[in-house]
Every structure is written in C-alpha cells, then in structure tokens.
Design a protein around this ligand. Structure first.
Ligand code: ZN
Length: 181
C-alpha cells in the first residue's frame, strides 16, 4: 500500500506501518533509576512491582477505502491470574479460540482524548502473532474508529501527527528518477 522507511532496518518496506509503544504507560511512572529493580519488561509483557501486569497486543483498525488494516501496538493490564494464564497459553503455537482476557487499556495515544483505562479485551491468536485488542464499544473516538474503520486520509493524518513519512509507489519511483538525474 504505502512505501515507508523502516525504523528498525532503515530500508524501504511496503505496507501499512504500525505505531507502537514498547512499554505500558505506567512504566514511565517508575523513576528510571528504579526500573531495573521494580520492572520486568520484554517485548510482549511487563510486570511492575510484582503487582501490575500488562501484555502487548494490536489494536487493529480497518481501513475503509483499502483492503488493509492499521495497528496500534498497545498494552492492556490484566489481573494476576489472567496474566499467568495468558503467559502459559502464549508460549503455545495453537492458542486462538482460548479464553480472551478482560483488562484496561494501558497506552496513552496522544491524538485522542485520554485512552488509558478504556475497557478492553485481549484475544489470543495463533502463530506467534500478538493478541488482538478489542475495545469496549463505547463512544470514545478510538473505539468508534476500531468499530467503523478509518479512511486512508485519516491514516495519513495519524502518520503526520507521529512524523512518519509514507509514500506511494509512484512517489518512490519519481523520487528515484529525479535522484538518478
Ligand atoms: Zn525493516
């Protein structure tokens, strides 16, 4: 769909770049010097003070005028019991259709009214894909966008807000042509 410069490898890839956070918002409340002692953080889970439990998932938003999906990489808090069950299931290849987990959205997505503590559900998926996050169907704009989808123009607006440059295939080719003289 778009061509974009990959934040990890610096090459151009095709697709719809995700926007994600590598920790739940509460991680930032822990003073930096204390994080090593108080937090356990991997790319998929986070535990703070052995008391607060979070998992990373994908809040997917359908794109109405393209056959694509945009994903926010975001975090959901779970109860300790659900978290332990989640971790147990997460290590298995076949995990779709298992119970989903009720929790609270734990990522602050800035262009929206406060998104922290929206009620959410994390659904396990097969094949090493992060869980699907489903927001409670409220009137919150993020929940509405998940339910109804967004347009490509709205997606471009989101990318502009996060200063992510995306190009069309034609723009990339024209750019290469002009760079080549
Ligand atoms: Zn890459």
């Amino acid at each position: 769909m778009f061509r974009f410069k990959c934040a990890s490898c610096g090459d151009f890839h095709s697709g719809i770049p995700d926007i994600g956070w590598s920790y739940p918002v509460y991680y930032l409340d822990v003073p930096e010097a204390q994080r090593e002692d108080r937090c356990e953080l991997t790319s998929d889970v986070c535990v703070i003070d052995d008391k607060w439990f979070f998992v990373r998932g994908c809040l997917e938003i359908p794109i109405i005028d393209a056959d694509e999906v945009f994903a926010w990489g975001a975090w959901v808090s779970l109860s300790e019991a659900d978290f332990l069950r989640f971790v147990e299931l997460y290590d298995h290849g076949q995990r779709a259709g298992e119970d989903s987990f009720l929790g609270w959205f734990s990522t602050y997505i800035e262009p929206y009214p406060n998104t922290v503590k929206l009620k959410a559900r994390a659904h396990l998926r097969d094949g090493g894909i992060r869980p699907f996050i489903e927001l409670e169907p409220t009137d919150h704009p993020l929940a509405v966008e998940q339910r109804e989808g967004i347009t490509l123009e709205r997606l471009r607006e989101i990318y502009r807000f996060f200063k992510i440059s995306v190009f069309t295939e034609t723009q990339v080719q024209e750019g290469l042509r002009s760079a080549g003289g």
